[in-house]
Design a protein. Sequence first.
Length: 221
Amino acid sequence: MPMEVAKNALATRPRSIRKPRDRYHHGDLRRALLDEALRTIQDDGVEALTLRTIAVRLGVSRTALYRHFTDKRALLSAVATEGFRLLTERLLDAWGAGGVRGFNAMGIAYIRFAMANGAHYRVMFGGFVGDQPHDEDLMRESTAAFQALVDAIVALQRNGTVRKDDPVQLARFIWAAVHGVSMLIIDGQLSHQQTSIDELIEFAVERINTGIARPARQNDR
């Protein structure tokens, strides 16, 4: 989905080319709202997002907008839910046939997802939505993303590749590592350095492997 637009371009384009309101039907408006929210977040940050601004930019009434999202939090929840679903798909595709190669691919896929979907990622992990019992879709998708990592760890423990620690704790450790690298990259904190991003990603994944590898004489517990 598009993530880059010239700043204020939508606000300054001629009124004559604004999309007609009756174009949005059968779910098309919901998709348009999500896409516009992602563009706004990417360009101006989550704090700049308001339902009123989105409605104006799309040329729709607030009544039509509220049929899909009752408030800003509901819109952000939908963005986060979609992000976790896409992340899970990337992780499972990367895992493929499994093994160390598949596990390494998962780590790379995670960071690449954050780099390519910065707007999604900031909402997913920025504390803008929070944990609410009624957000069943968000809870399901976020749990699935974490479970994909746990399942991969368990599989590697079974074949003797990964140490016999609590797989959930190992998953948290790995998540913290790749999340840290992801945030440094998408926040532009490495742009002033000469370090190659590709080299950093490969180095991080390699060191994660070193940290979770099963010692040659580790006793089963």
